[in-house]
Ligand binder design. Structure first.
Ligand SMILES: [Zn+2]
Length: 479
């Protein structure tokens, strides 16, 4: 099937030009002025609009079992909401229980994801260590298209990876050519502060940010970065929410270390005053980790994006409805952690970034799509508007307006953390694998239309790292 996007302005991470874009059988087959299309081709009028690579959200948790609940958004509803927001691919997380086979867990998540409406891929978490874990990591990289492994430095006695696990796993990642990801929060400190707050009788959501202050993230970020630096491995920090962690990244990058940082739309836009809401359910709806931060951190994170020290934006989309959040009514540590956003990220980044003069249009494309594609070795299949790339595109209306609200969003959750915010700049059309799936407010998402995307190891990154590590290898003194 053929689709022609006519008369728009193409914006990529490095250039802007007027061109039509012709898609056939899921692939972009021509980009240029005044393209002809077969008589039966579907035509999308993009006059006055921008044609950009579809968004890639590198951090979502659809249908995740967590803290005694299961995320309310499944792979169909979640990817459909993503498409309505101009995001055409997600990278979700396989999270094996400690002791569980990584491949068994991977198969479970692959099964859940079969109904996805948009393309998807998986990071796999390392939550425990044994020789069999190292072996399965190899199988996942070689045979299952996984090139990134996630490590939770938080969630003590549950998912937490202690330093010994980080050392083993980062070393293995380096051998395999995979990128280690970390959730940087000091789990021991969090557990200690949680107990202290509960003992003081502070049991509501206002205790959540107090149990995870900025230095808890800064310490863990610094530790993960130094472990990776010592081993000569790269490291990718998910949801960087503080100036403390950003400073660690900035210093390490300035010294030549390969460190990547991701920031969530929520952390760029919201602050910790949300936890002071007198309505328990409203305050609890914002409980996610790391928490929203005191004023001042948001500006630092924007500067991180602009300076290139943070490269990607995500949502950590993990939906729990009011009745699930209520599990923590008497104890904030039992409130399922997570907030939504997969549908809103692109519009938020455009409105608060491009419209506010904080990001150029090219930078917008870089931080919402292309940089993720590059770091996780999807580029130029994804994140590009060029011949041969997947036809995953968004036609962006810079004048369109939308009021963000749980009443109108497509996300399967009864709350929107950006409720009432009006954004200017919205996806008018979304094209997924060459098909028009969102058009003028009409969602045509199709269960099962999304495909699993293999991400092989990234030679461009690892060849230079290996060379660097080899040159730095010490030699024994000959005696
Ligand atoms: Zn997450």
């Amino acid at each position: 099937m053929t689709l022609l996007i006519r008369g728009g302005t193409v914006v990529t991470h490095d250039t802007t030009f007027c061109a039509d874009v012709l898609c056939e059988d899921g692939t972009i087959i021509a980009v240029g002025p005044d393209l002809d299309a077969p008589a039966d081709a579907e035509i999308v009028d993009a006059k006055g609009q921008y044609v950009m690579p579809g968004g890639i959200d590198p951090h979502t948790h659809m249908q995740m079992p967590f803290m005694g609940a299961t995320a309310s958004e499944d792979f169909y509803t979640g990817t459909a909401a993503a498409l309505a927001g101009g995001t055409t691919m997600i990278i979700d997380f396989v999270i094996p229980n400690p002791g569980q086979s990584l491949i068994e867990a991977y198969r479970t998540w692959r099964g859940w994801a079969e109904k996805a409406a948009a393309d998807y891929s998986f990071h796999v978490a390392v939550t425990w260590w044994a020789d069999s874990v190292a072996e399965e990591m190899g199988t996942l990289v070689r045979e299952y298209g996984v090139n990134s492994f996630k490590h939770f430095m938080a969630y003590k006695n549950a998912l937490m990876a202690t330093d010994d696990i980080l050392v083993e796993s980062f070393t293995r990642c380096l051998e395999l050519g995979a990128v280690p990801n970390v959730h940087a929060e000091n789990g021991d400190l969090v557990a200690h502060l949680q107990q202290k707050l509960l003992a003081q009788g502070i049991t509501g959501p206002e205790a959540h940010p107090l149990s995870r202050p900025p230095q808890v993230e800064g310490e863990a970020a610094g530790r993960a970065i130094r472990i990776a630096g010592t081993l000569g491995a790269p490291v990718y920090l998910v949801h960087v929410s503080t100036k403390d962690a950003l400073d660690e990244i900035t210093t390490a990058r300035a010294s030549g270390q390969v460190v990547f940082g991701e920031v969530l739309a929520g952390h760029l836009l919201l602050d910790d005053s949300v936890y002071q809401n007198e309505d328990w359910a409203t305050a609890a709806a914002y409980v996610m980790s790391p928490p929203f931060r005191p004023k001042g951190h948001q500006e630092a994170l924007w500067n991180g994006l602009r300076s290139g020290n943070l490269q990607t934006t995500a949502t950590d989309h993990c939906c729990f409805c009011a009745e699930q959040k209520a599990m923590g009514r008497d104890d904030f540590t039992k409130i399922p952690n997570g907030t939504a956003g997969v549908e809103d990220r692109m519009a938020l980044l455009w409105d608060a970034g491009v419209n506010a003069g904080k990001l150029s249009m090219q930078e917008f494309v870089a931080v919402t799509s292309t940089n993720t594609a590059k770091i996780f070795n999807l580029y130029p299949r994804k994140g590009a508007v060029s011949v041969g790339s997947d036809a995953d595109l968004v036609v962006w209306d810079p004048h369109g307006k939308r009021n963000l609200s749980a009443k109108t969003h497509h996300q399967n959750i009864d709350f929107n953390i950006f409720e009432g915010l009006e954004v200017t700049g919205i996806p008018r059309h979304t094209i997924s694998r060459g098909k028009l799936v969102w058009s003028d407010g009409e969602l045509r998402a199709e269960s099962g239309a999304g495909r699993y995307v293999d991400r092989p190891p990234y030679p461009g990154l690892y060849d230079s790292l290996r060379k660097r590590n080899e040159l730095a290898t010490p030699k024994a003194v000959v005696r």
